[in-house]
Write a protein that binds this ligand. Structure first.
Ligand SMILES: Nc1ncnc2c1ncn2[C@@H]1O[C@H](COP(=O)(O)OP(=O)(O)O)[C@@H](O)[C@H]1O
Ligand SMILES: N[C@@H](CCOP(=O)(O)O)C(=O)O
Length: 291
C-alpha cells in the first residue's frame, strides 16, 4: 500500500486565472492505494457524503485511467469539497503521486501535473492545472499549456472558508468571455508584479499583484459579505485579498506577525453577515508527500 498526503491549494491569486497557484501546509487529503483488478473508491472525512465513489465521477478515476493503474483507493478528505481550496485537485494530485509509485510508472512530478489535471475536467469541465500543480510540486506555481514552473517562497497566507458552497463548474459560468485591452494590460502588469513578489518573498508586491479587474469581481458576487471581509482583512494588515480559486474561500496575503489579526477580522466580518466561517493560517508550502 502507498500513502500520500496532498495539500490544499489556492488557485488564480487574482491576476493569474487558470495559471497561478500556491500550496498550503494544511489542510490536506490522505490518499491510500492498493493494486486491484478493478478500481474501487472509499471516502471518509470532511464533506465525504457529497463526493461520488463512482470512479467515472471522482477526480481520482481519471488519474487511474490516464496511468492505466487500477487500484482500491481510500480517500480521507481534509479539504472540504466546493471550498475554493482545491479539494477535488488534492485527491487527484495525491492519486497521481501514489499510483505512479505503486505501479513504478517512473513519471516526474512535472509529468504528473497534466495527468492529475484530467481529474479536474471531470468535475469542472476544464482540465485546469492551477490547483494540481502546487499540490504535486509545492510552492508558487505557474501552469501553462507549455509546462509548469514552481518556486519555493516564504509568504504568509490566511484562507477564510465560509459555510457557503460554490462549485467550480458554476463559478466558471460567470467568468466574462471577453475583455477590454485596458483590462488585459492591467492584469498582465499585476500578474508580473505578483510573480516577482513571490520570487523575492515580498508580501507587499504579491498583494499588489493580486488585483484583477476581470474574473474576481464576477466571482465575488457569489460570496455573501465578500467586500466587508476584504476590507476587514486589509484594515488588519493584509497586503492583498482575493477570491481563492473559484470561491467561496477568501485568500489574504500578509506578514507572519499579522496573520492572527487578519484571520480574526475576516471571521468577524463574515459573522456580521451571519455567515459561519473557519480560518486557516498557513504559508506557501511543500507539495504531495509519500508517507
Ligand atoms: N476526490 C474528490 N474530492 C473532492 N471533490 C470531488 C472529488 N471527486 C469529485 N468531486 C466533486 O467535485 C466537486 C468539488 O470540486 P470543486 O467544485 O472544484 O471544488 P473545490 O474548489 O473544493 O475543488 C464536488 O461536486 C465533488 O462531489
Ligand atoms: N482556475 C480555476 C480554479 C478553481 O479552483 P477551486 O479551488 O475552486 O477548485 C477557476 O478559477 O475556475
Amino acid at each position: 500500500m502507498i500513502t500520500v498526503r496532498a495539500p490544499a491549494t489556492s488557485a488564480n491569486l487574482g491576476s493569474g486565472f487558470d495559471v497561478f497557484g500556491v500550496a498550503f501546509d494544511r489542510p490536506a487529503d490522505i490518499i491510500r492505494v492498493e493494486r486491484a483488478e478493478q478500481t474501487t473508491i472509499d471516502i471518509t472525512g470532511v464533506g465525504s457524503q457529497y463526493i461520488p465513489t463512482d470512479p467515472d465521477a471522482n477526480t481520482v478515476g481519471a488519474v487511474v485511467d490516464a496511468l492505466d493503474a487500477p487500484a482500491h483507493i481510500e480517500i480521507d478528505k481534509g479539504v472540504r469539497p466546493a471550498s475554493g481550496l482545491g479539494s477535488s485537485a488534492a485527491s487527484a494530485a495525491g492519486a497521481a503521486v501514489a499510483l505512479n509509485e505503486l505501479y513504478n510508472r517512473g513519471l516526474s512530478r512535472s509529468e504528473l501535473v497534466p495527468i492529475a489535471a484530467e481529474g479536474e475536467a471531470v468535475v469542472s469541465g476544464t482540465a485546469h492545472a492551477d490547483n494540481v500543480a502546487p499540490s504535486i510540486l509545492g510552492g508558487f506555481t505557474i501552469a501553462t499549456a507549455d509546462g509548469v514552473e514552481s518556486v519555493s517562497t516564504d509568504i504568509s497566507l490566511v484562507a477564510c472558508l465560509p459555510e457557503i458552497a460554490v462549485s467550480t463548474r458554476d463559478a466558471r459560468r460567470v467568468v466574462p468571455e471577453t475583455a477590454q485591452m485596458a483590462e488585459v494590460v492591467e492584469t498582465v502588469g499585476n500578474a508580473a508584479t505578483l510573480a516577482v513578489g513571490m520570487c523575492r518573498g515580498d508580501p507587499d508586491l504579491v498583494g499588489r499583484g493580486m488585483d484583477d479587474p476581470l474574473v474576481t469581481p464576477a466571482r465575488a458576487e457569489l460570496i455573501t459579505g465578500y467586500d466587508a471581509v476584504r476590507e476587514a482583512a486589509v484594515d488588519a494588515g493584509a497586503t492583498g485579498v482575493t477570491v481563492s480559486g473559484a470561491g467561496p474561500s477568501v485568500l489574504a496575503v500578509c506578514r507572519a506577525r499579522d496573520q492572527r489579526a487578519v484571520g480574526s477580522a475576516m471571521l468577524t466580518a463574515f459573522d456580521d453577515h451571519e455567515v459561519d466561517a473557519r480560518v486557516y493560517q498557513t504559508q506557501v508550502s511543500d507539495g504531495a508527500t509519500i508517507l
